[in-house]
Write a protein that binds this ligand. Structure first.
Ligand code: PHB
Length: 399
């Protein structure tokens, strides 16, 4: 009951719009992690959404937006699915959004189809999620946006002939493993072993997995974990076992060098290479303005990360869909409005691919550098405007 009251108060507080003649009220069901270790992700995405609304009240065509928030709590899918069921049947939401963890998006996808409610994914990265419903569009990334180019880069530019992989054992982890393996082997590299390292819910003790990799002595060690506390544990274990000094390069998608965690990663993170589509350290005018506004809103010691920017861009997508449909939302109308939609995001240009309803964006090679006593991300290479490679190459479930 508390949650309902809290959500109700929040909904009232976040109503936007002038309420002029012809103005509609658009109900948006937001399904995010608001408790436990992953609450930091819900907060990031919320902050991104709120910042967009604060800066762009006029982007909603005069229509009102009512956010109804639900806590998906854990990555298992069941709680999110129940929340989505309630949002559709009881709250009668027009749009569903949020979804940090892939299993939560996967479990909810059939309900989007049955209820004919559009679903705009702000994180969940398993490549084939949009194929689970014709009413899904994604503004975040797929595991292949980072994993596949990281594989190629490791072989071609980092000089790694062999690699080991460690991955959190659930759909995006397996997808990230497949993405890296495909890119690395296409470029001539050899994967020595791929180690499942426990589930996403609790941060496991990575020591036994990393010790196995240390013994195998690969040139590169590619790790995917679902960001947050997991990523700090990855670099800490890597350091404790002295793997850097052992000549092993720790690489991965940018989830393991998340902006919000960078300053707690320690000296061994210096020089790490990852591939991702966003860092708060990007020096473009759009991003500088975004980060400045973020700090003004949430505190000088806060920083957006790839989840925050997805919340921001996701709200831009929603505003566009609302305006394009004159506030009268349908699933088909929303997908049509988002098909080919292009936006000047803080991460750079993004487009929703009309063929896949997935995002097209730059994949950037990130290097962690120590500067003025801080760890920062420097972009050292860019693969422009990447369409999800899993779908482009028609691999596995992306066929
Ligand atoms: C996912 O569950 O799809 C997921 C979660 C956290 C990440 C990336 C992917 O950092």
């Amino acid at each position: 009951m508390r949650l309902r009251n809290w959500a109700g108060a929040l909904a009232a507080a976040l109503v936007l719009g002038a309420g002029s003649a012809g103005a509609e009220t658009v109900k948006i069901g937001v399904v995010l992690t608001y408790s436990g270790g992953a609450a930091q992700f819900g907060e990031q995405i919320d902050r991104g959404m709120n910042l967009f609304m604060k800066q762009n009240a006029d982007a909603f065509g005069g229509h009102k937006v009512e956010l109804i928030k639900r806590d998906s709590k854990r990555p298992g899918g069941d709680i999110a699915k129940n929340a989505v069921k309630e949002l559709i049947t009881r709250d009668k939401v027009d749009i569903l959004t949020g979804f940090v963890f892939s299993p939560n998006a996967m479990a909810s996808a059939p309900l989007a189809t049955q209820g004919k409610v559009p679903m705009i994914i702000m994180n969940a990265g398993t490549a084939w999620i949009p194929s689970l419903s014709p009413y899904i569009a994604r503004v975040s990334f797929t595991m292949w946006h980072a994993g596949y180019p990281m594989g190629k880069y490791a072989s071609e530019k980092l000089g790694c002939k062999t690699a080991a992989i460690g991955f959190t054992d659930y759909p995006p982890g397996k997808d990230s493993r497949n993405a890296f393996t495909t890119g690395f082997e296409e470029a001539g590299g050899k994967v020595l072993e791929a180690i499942p390292m426990g589930g996403p819910r609790e941060v496991p003790d990575f020591t036994p997995f990393f010790q196995r990799v240390k013994n195998a002595k690969p040139d590169c060690f590619y790790v995917f974990v679902p960001a947050g506390n997991h990523s700090v544990a990855v670099i800490k274990t890597f350091s404790t076992l002295g793997m850097k000094d052992g000549g092993i390069k720790l690489i991965g998608p940018g989830d393991i060098t998340q902006d919000t965690k960078l300053q707690s990663m320690g000296a061994d993170a210096d020089g790490m290479i990852t591939v991702h589509h966003y860092s708060a350290d990007y020096k473009t005018p759009t991003n500088l303005a975004f980060v400045k506004a973020w700090k003004e809103s949430y505190g000088a010691d806060t920083t957006p990360d790839f989840m925050g920017v997805a919340g921001y861009d996701g709200m831009a997508a929603i505003a566009h869909a609302i305006t394009a449909q004159g506030g009268k939302i349908s699933a088909e109308g929303t997908m049509k409005a988002l098909s080919g939609w292009t936006y000047d995001s803080p991460r750079g240009k993004i487009t929703i691919d009309p063929e896949t309803r997935d995002i097209i964006q730059d994949s950037n090679v990130h290097k962690v550098v120590a500067k003025d006593g801080k760890l920062m991300i420097e972009v050292i290479d860019t693969i422009p405007q990447v369409k999800d490679p899993c779908k482009a190459l028609k691999i596995g479930k992306c066929k």
